[in-house]
Structure formats: C-alpha cells, structure tokens
Design a protein around this ligand. Structure first.
Ligand SMILES: [Ca+2]
Length: 374
C-alpha cells in the first residue's frame, strides 16, 4: 500500500496547491465551483487508477504526470505495489537469484513491443513529474532539486526502469523457429538438458557473438562457448535490409544441440543491426509476437524502432538498470534499506562491479545465464 499512499499524498498536495493558485479573478462562488469540479475530477482519476481504468486516466483533463505515469505502468501490465512488494521481499533474502525470479514471475509471458512502449511512456511521464527534460539523457541535471514530489517521481521511475530492463530481456528472448517450437512457453524448453532455458541460451549466444566476434558484412559461423564448456553453433547471414524498417541487418541463427521434443525446436533466430561505425549490435526485437520480418524465404523477428533507428538491446537494458540505481539513490526509498539493497543488487548482478555507468553485452550474457528452466 505504500505506493498508493504516496500517490494519495501527492494528490492531496496537488489539490491544496491548486486551491491557492486558482482563486484569482472570478467571484467566490465561481472559485468554489472550480474547486469542487477540480476536486471531483482528481477524485475520479484516483478512482480510475485504483480500478485499472488506465485509458480514462490518460484521457482525463486533470491527470498529473504522476497519474499518467502510473496509468502507463498499469497498461504495461504491472501493479506498482506488487512490484515494490516483490523487490522488498527479495531484498530481505540473501540467496535469492533475482533475475530468475523477476524474468519468470514479475514479467508477464505476453510481454511485447507495446509493453516496452508503455514503459517508455511511464518513464517519460515520471521524468516530466520530476521537472526534468525527457529529451535529455542527462541524469544529473536536476540533482539539486530536493522537493518531495521530485523524489517521488524518481522513486517510481526507478521501479519502472527495473521492469523495463527485465521486460526487454524477455521481449527479445527468441521463439524457436522450427514448427515444433512455435507455441512453446518462454523459458520452458531445455533440449540439451543443462537446466538453462534454450531460448535464453540462444540470446546469450547472440550476446557472445556481439562481444567476441569481429562481424563483417559477410556471412560467418562458429561456436558460442556459453557456459560449462557447452558449445552451440551459430551462423549469420550477409547484410540485408527490411522493407518499412530503417537500417541494415544481419540475421543470426543459433542451433541448440539435442533432440527436439514436442513444443521445443532446436533453432532460434535473432537480429543484429549495423551501426554507423560498422559494428554490429543485437537489435531489440519483438520476439513474443507472431509478427515476423521476411527477407527472401527467410523469416526473422522484427526489430523495434525508436526515433527512426533500431532499438539497441544492450543499451536498453544497461540504461534501464543504471537509471534504476541512480533514481533510487536520490529518491524517498532511501528510507527503505531492503528495497534499495535489492535495486542495487540487481544492477550489480546484471552489470558487474567494474563500471557503474554501463552494463556490457558480456555482463548481461553472464547475468541471464543464471536463469533456470521452469
Ligand atoms: Ca538448455
């Protein structure tokens, strides 16, 4: 209930300030009528938020950026109180493997491109609520502002950022492309019997290739030495373009060794995009949908486009986790040590202790390899 009480406190504070600011000009009856209608409108917003009527909140004339942030987080499929409770619960335990729990239980299986869009919108609203410029990547520009509303906005932005980082991992986790695997539940296949979900191993392999292989425009193939001396074969295509999607791409196919079973194939496909410096990076793709992007007779997961560029997987996860820690450190939650400890541990586990401002492809690869088959 902590989150809701916070929202309520903000709502009351907002109501008080609007009482004082709306008084000028009209007669006293107009002023009372305005106050009543504004309060009724704000009450309606709080009711709509509680009841999950998120579109009504987003269409309301009196919803604040905080209200809109909560509505977008709800539309993405999350209950902020549930997320906070899980973080606090995990933060109180020392031996819990956070990524394993969060990627399976916190993020819905039907997470998709829209989920990421709503999470981005929630972050944008909380950024506006914190009085910061959403166009700026700087996390420090309003560091001096200490108003409680700013701390609250950062607190929620931290929670949403955590969800965004983990959701991105799950959205990109590929679906087996052989017919047998089409309907497999994410994280459920393990044809090589090593207890790591095969789809996660395929994602880890693509991260290994990004980190360790010098890709050129030509096709190539090799082995991913992912973990425990197990190796999987990968092959990449030559560069290609996709209709209606900006950018140059290169497909990577990962073959997990083992015998396909009902629902679980052996082949997984992901996508690299080519950057201006001619390096290849894993594209954030919309793997958890039936949508595919075709080139010739080959089918690939479709890249997610942001600002007319392919969305970068590693950067998205890295930025989410860095912002998550940066925000929690400067928010009201510093009074809750369990919550803060867990947020910091996620970042440390995901990104290693070396560089606090970046998570690399290799660090994220190691992190996701801790996920176990469900
Ligand atoms: Ca496996």
């Amino acid at each position: 209930m902590k989150g809701r009480n916070l929202l309520l406190a903000l709502f009351i504070a907002g109501g008080i300030s609007s009482m004082y600011s709306c008084g000028g000009g009209g007669n006293v009856f107009d002023s009372v009528a305005d106050k009543n209608s504004t309060e009724a409108c704000k009450f309606q917003v709080s009711q709509d938020l509680d009841k999950g009527r998120y579109d009504a909140v987003l269409n309301s004339a009196c919803a604040t950026h905080m209200d809109r942030g909560a509505a977008y987080f709800g539309k993405a499929g999350f209950d902020v109180n549930d997320v906070i409770d899980r973080l606090i619960e995990a933060g109180g335990k020392q031996n819990v493997n956070s990524i394993d729990t969060y990627v399976k239980d916190l993020i819905p299986d039907d997470v998709n491109e829209d989920t990421l869009k709503y999470l981005d919108n929630a972050i944008r609203e909380y950024t506006l609520a914190a009085g910061e410029n959403p166009q700026s990547q700087s996390l420090l520009e309003s560091q001096q502002v200490q108003a409680s509303a700013v701390r609250d906005a950062r607190f929620y932005r931290s929670i949403v950022s955590m969800a965004r980082g983990v959701a991105t991992i799950k959205v990109v986790t590929p679906v087996s492309t052989t017919t047998a695997g089409t309907n497999a539940r994410p994280l459920s296949c393990d044809i090589n019997n090593n207890r790591i979900p095969d789809d996660i191993e395929a994602l880890a392999c693509a991260l290994y290739v990004q980190h360790s292989v010098n890709l050129t425009s030509a096709a190539t193939s090799g082995a991913c030495n992912v973990r425990d001396n197990l190796s999987y074969n990968y092959s990449t295509t030559t560069d290609f373009t996709l209709s209606n999607r900006p950018g140059t791409y290169k497909g990577i196919t990962v073959n997990i060794s083992g015998t396909p079973t009902t629902g679980c194939g052996s082949e997984y496909r992901l996508l690299f995009y080519k950057r201006q410096d001619n390096t290849y990076r894993l594209a954030a793709t919309n793997s958890r949908s039936n949508q595919v992007c075709s080139i010739g007779n080959q089918q690939w997961p479709c890249p997610i486009i942001r600002n007319n560029n392919p969305l970068d997987f590693v950067d998205t996860v890295s930025n989410s986790f860095v912002r998550m820690v940066d925000d929690i450190a400067r928010s009201i939650a510093s009074t809750n040590p369990d919550l803060r400890r867990e947020i910091e541990r996620i970042k440390q586990d995901a990104c290693g202790p070396v560089n606090p401002n970046e998570c690399t492809a290799d660090e994220i690869r190691n992190y996701i390899n801790r996920i176990t088959r469900r």
